[in-house]
Design a protein around this ligand. Structure first.
Ligand code: CTP
Length: 426
């Protein structure tokens, strides 16, 4: 970590900016006021300040304070201390008929170990044993300038230590500090830079972009779990295609997905699923997995009527399993991704596929058909004939209601046999 810039921050008083209290969550305001009353500093920090200044609705409202975690805990009954990398307080707010709202309150992070931390409670040290820091230190530890601005509830001013306001005006994502140092410290920042740039429709500062290029292979040192978390955010926002295209241009794609060959097909498939509805994307990690490996699989095992399903099953398993185990993606999702692609191999058999009726009633049929149609468009109509065949098949096939009705049709009752006449012996 580099030395903290001690030059004075830019402070923009309330009349000179557009961040109005009316746009801040009421519970977050209540929290900040309570911290203030108890004698602490309380700032709105991070993404909420950035988003409100841009005229966007923030996803959540994080608060920064100089109260230590144990002080925050004693101030709020509805509070839990959590933290994998850094201790944070989660303050819970009950909501009728909905999930609890959680507001994250974090103590300003410092970087230097304090001379003597022996008098402090363990929860008032961060997990590497450092004590917490000043607002300036906290700002300089953050990732990008536009993510490091504070809104001070005491006078409603904006405090900008790192030049975020200027970059916000210019529409630029700029890493705080030296790229070689900061990307080595946390390689996930490289992916986050692309993610924010795409989300906000910003450029990436030339120095930051050059830093990503020269540190790209360093992404291999990142925690797979954190990378997967970032991919999940990108999927939920429908920005996998553009982010990974950019990642490819900067040399990040291959280290991230060594199992996936880079072809235009990959990015077009990702774009296709990015366009899906929000609810759909939430549960669609498997379609993104399939999109990443499909072109590699088809290159090694032709998608056509003559490919046996055993051969296809083997070809599909290799790259899918490799990608999923790399990111600790569950066996369930891996299975769904494999079935999705394998379904395309079944469909590619067209008329000659024996289990047409059974397969066409399964849930994965339509998903595989969607993937096949998209793959067909990407490949300039190479599979037009087979797509038309299945469209025709679906049009002629009984609707699920018709199938149900047939099942429900009452069986003809047999007429009871006439009782046999008693024999003379009986
Ligand atoms: N942050 C950081 N470095 C990280 C992660 C987060 O410096 N690796 C800081 C940034 O100041 C960021 C804030 O913590 O703005 C919150 O992080 P996150 O929730 O990931 O992003 P937001 O900016 O809040 O964006 P959003 O929640 O809208 O995705």
């Amino acid at each position: 970590m580099q030395p903290v810039d001690t030059t004075k921050p830019i402070i923009v008083p309330r009349p000179d900016h557009n961040l109005s209290r009316a746009l801040v969550d009421d519970d977050a305001l209540w929290l900040m006021r309570k911290l203030r009353k108890a004698g602490f500093k309380a700032f709105l920090v991070g993404g909420a300040v950035r988003d409100i200044l841009l005229g966007n609705e923030p996803k959540d409202f994080d608060i920064g304070t100089d109260a230590t975690p144990s002080q925050i805990k004693s101030l709020f009954r509805n509070c839990r201390l959590i933290g994998r990398r850094f201790r944070l307080a989660h303050v819970y707010f009950r909501r009728k008929g909905a999930q609890d709202k959680i507001i994250e309150v974090s103590t300003f992070r410092g970087d230097r170990p304090m001379e003597d931390t022996s008098g402090l409670k363990p929860e008032d040290l961060d997990l590497s044993g450092n004590a917490f820091g000043s607002p300036a230190e906290d700002a300089w530890r953050r990732d990008f300038t536009v993510n490091a601005m504070f809104y001070d509830i005491s006078d409603f001013s904006i405090i900008d230590h790192t030049g975020g306001l200027d970059d916000l005006k210019k529409g630029v994502i700029k890493l705080i500090g030296e790229p070689d140092v900061r990307f080595t410290e946390d390689p996930v920042r490289m992916l986050r830079a692309l993610e924010f740039a795409v989300r906000l429709d910003f450029a990436i500062d030339p120095g930051t972009e050059a830093g990503i290029k020269s540190n790209a292979t360093g992404i291999l040192a990142a925690s797979q779990a954190r990378l997967r978390e970032e991919f999940r955010h990108m999927q939920q926002r429908g920005i996998m295609g553009p982010v990974l295209r950019w990642a490819h241009r900067l040399g990040l794609f291959s280290p991230l997905f060594s199992q996936a060959e880079v072809t235009d097909g990959v990015f077009e498939l990702l774009d296709h699923y990015d366009r899906g509805g929000n609810d759909k994307r939430n549960s669609m990690e498997y379609v993104y997995v399939a999109s990443l490996v499909m072109p590699t699989i088809v290159a090694s095992c032709p998608l056509g009527p003559d490919t046996g399903l055993d051969t296809a099953t083997e070809a599909v398993a290799g790259p899918t399993t490799a990608l999923c185990s790399n990111y600790q993606i569950s066996a369930h999702i891996r299975h769904k991704a494999r079935e999705l692609i394998l379904g395309c191999y079944r469909l590619a058999k067209g008329r000659s596929y024996k289990a047409k009726a059974k397969f066409s009633r399964k849930a994965e049929f339509m998903n595989s058909f969607e993937l096949l149609k998209c793959w067909n468009t990407i490949n300039d109509g190479e599979y037009d004939e087979v797509v038309q065949f299945w469209d025709g098949y679906l049009a002629e096939r009984d609707t699920p209601q018709q199938v149900q009705a047939k099942r429900r049709r009452p069986r003809r009752r047999r007429r009871p046999r006439p009782a046999s006449k008693p024999t003379s012996e009986s």
